[in-house]
Design a protein around this ligand. Structure first.
Ligand SMILES: [Zn+2]
Length: 157
């Protein structure tokens, strides 16, 4: 079992892009600015790893067991910081298994079910679709931008 099944994150409001990328890699990542959810869905749960760019922020939460201080400005470098700190390998990832908008796992759905939800040209050329049970967003190969793959490949090369 990969680490994506066990490691969970809580992303400070100043690392929103990083939060989306971690979801894209398959990690359960709550984002503080998704208010009011942050206060009610276990954002400060002890086993979540708090990601922040502000040292003061985690000093104020002494109950936190784990945090990673993010020092880079670019999201690609921030991802490297997380990956190296936790020692992730590519087998730990579950790419495109989670909704990047609301953090819920997405599920494979039948092609017929999404005919009204995706552009016609997309429906014509793709056979595999996934959908988020929470927000209804539909995903297909290519809906996550192609440079995602390139970036991920680079991270683990
Ligand atoms: Zn969603």
């Amino acid at each position: 079992m990969g680490k994506s099944a066990t490691i969970r994150f809580a992303a400070d409001k100043n690392v929103g892009k990083l939060a989306k990328w971690l979801r894209l890699l398959g990690f359960d990542t709550l984002y503080e600015s998704d208010a009011p959810k942050a206060g009610t869905t276990g954002f400060w749960e002890k086993d979540r790893i708090f990601l922040t760019r502000t040292k003061k922020r985690f000093l104020g939460h002494t109950g936190l067991q784990h945090h990673i201080f993010i020092s880079s400005d670019r999201v690609a470098d921030q991802l490297v910081e997380v990956i190296q700190t936790l020692g992730f390998v590519s087998a730990d990832l579950r790419l495109f298994s989670r909704c990047i908008r609301c953090n819920q796992p997405i599920k494979t759905v039948g092609k017929e079910e999404v005919v009204a939800s995706v552009p016609e040209y997309v429906w014509e050329i793709h056979d595999v679709f996934k959908s988020c049970g929470s927000c209804g967003r539909v995903y297909w190969p290519g809906s996550h931008i192609e440079r995602s793959y390139k970036m991920i490949t680079r991270l683990f090369s």
